[in-house]
Design a protein around this ligand. Structure first.
Ligand SMILES: Nc1nc2c(ncn2[C@@H]2O[C@H](COP(=O)(O)OP(=O)(O)O)[C@@H](O)[C@H]2O)c(=O)[nH]1
Ligand SMILES: [Mg+2]
Length: 379
């Protein structure tokens, strides 16, 4: 059977998780080294959203738009299970990992297969970042498509590794695609917003809400709900299925979230809203430089400071240890076992002393010497 990965044949999941950790270390190193030559371009656009919200179609639209606008885009497909892509991807996870083989080999279902494929790919992600770094001067945007099921990317270690790897090297913006016609119920809308909110706080990256499929349903209702709390409250109240106080209080806390994000209405099919979308991306990239990058640098400096302090403490400890051991001081352990050993040692010392006394005393005669004297006597 062909191995799903191009490299060695008998790896197992445990090994892969080790590799994942290794790759995280590698990425940390590359992130640290790249901080000095951080580039303002390209802007990474990571497209996430619920299954069927239109991520892949939207990405296709973005590819067409960047091409028409004479912008240089680079496309990355992270969905191992997609049958066919409407665009040509520069880097495609399917070229590296065969998702069906992963399912067979690790005996997994479709979601486990996608997740493991993404983990396998994440182990190679430092290479992906360096490929993009090499082309950075010639690129304006890197467009990233993610697996259909949102949680595979947003709640997995590999998704976090990939996002962090990008965010520590280039300005990175997350785009959350919303299926507008399916979010017209206030409760569905709120669930979707809570999910987007959790992504914002998890990644700490600028977030753009792309209300997709506006050719089917206008996103005006969503903007009204986000702008005016009372309008949304009224909508919740009229929704008989769910009128609990929980929904009310949750919706209130979401207002803080709405203030931190940009939202645009788009249609992947008609291409509506593209200019507004790219304006939101540019503003978000600036925001990245002002907030995320600054925060990243601060965190890095704090980490370095802590590391420096730790190193100094260790050195101080070592210096003290050396000073105290110079005079030959040995700290005795008073554990039971050692106590026996210490007693033994004392007995032996006593023996030595006895022997010394005998040896030093004038009466003491060595056996051999005695024999010698006897021999002389009888000769
Ligand atoms: N009417 C309409 N349909 C769309 C739009 N964007 C995507 N779709 C449809 O939504 C379905 C799911 O799209 P897809 O891009 O595969 O979603 P993904 O799973 O998020 O990648 C497909 O049938 C698309 O044709 C849009 O802007 N308008
Ligand atoms: Mg897709």
């Amino acid at each position: 059977m062909d191995h799903p990965m191009d490299s060695s044949a008998d790896e197992n999941i445990v090994e892969e998780s080790h590799k994942l950790v290794d790759s995280l270390d590698k990425l940390r190193v590359s992130a640290a080294s790249s901080s000095s030559n951080f580039k303002k371009k390209p802007v990474i656009i990571i497209v996430v959203g619920m299954a069927g919200s239109g991520k892949t179609s939207f990405l296709h639209r973005l590819v067409c738009h960047t091409f028409d606008a004479n912008k240089r885009g680079y496309v990355l497909n992270l969905d191992p299970a997609v049958m066919s892509l409407p665009f040509g991807a520069n880097i495609d996870i399917r070229d590296t990992v065969k998702y069906k083989e992963v399912m067979k080999q690790y005996n997994l279902g479709p979601n486990g297969g996608i997740m493991t494929s993404l983990n396998l790919f994440a182990t190679k992600f430092d290479e992906v970042v360096s490929v993009i770094e090499k082309r950075a001067d010639q690129l304006d945007y890197v467009l990233v498509d993610t697996p259909g099921q949102i949680e595979i990317f947003t709640w997995s270690a590999s998704g976090a590794i990939i996002t962090e790897a990008f965010a520590s090297t280039f300005p990175t913006v997350v785009t959350y695609v919303v299926d507008t016609p399916r979010s017209t119920s206030p409760i569905t809308f709120m669930s979707n917003m809570l999910y987007a909110c959790s992504i914002l706080y998890k990644t700490r990256l600028p977030l753009v809400l792309a209300f997709n499929k506006t050719d089917v349903a206008d996103h005006k209702f969503a903007l009204e709900w986000m702008e005016d709390f009372e309008v949304f409250q009224a909508a919740i109240q009229s929704d008989n299925s769910y009128t609990s106080t929980l929904a009310n209080s949750l919706s209130l806390s979401l207002y803080e979230f709405y203030r931190n994000i940009r939202s645009v209405g788009v249609s992947a099919i008609t291409g509506a809203g593209m200019d507004d979308f790219f304006k939101a991306i540019e503003a978000s990239a600036d925001e990245y430089m002002e907030t995320y990058k600054a925060d990243l640098d601060k965190r890095k400096a704090e980490k370095e400071q802590l590391e420096e302090e730790r190193r100094e403490k260790e050195m101080e400890k070592l210096r003290k240890d050396m000073e105290s051991s110079q005079g030959g001081t040995v700290v005795l352990n008073t554990g039971l076992k050692d106590k026996d050993a210490a007693e033994k040692m004392m007995v032996e010392e006593e023996d030595d002393e006895d022997f010394k006394i005998e040896e030093d005393s004038d009466d003491a005669i060595d056996e051999d010497e005695e024999d010698e004297e006897m021999n002389r006597f009888y000769v």
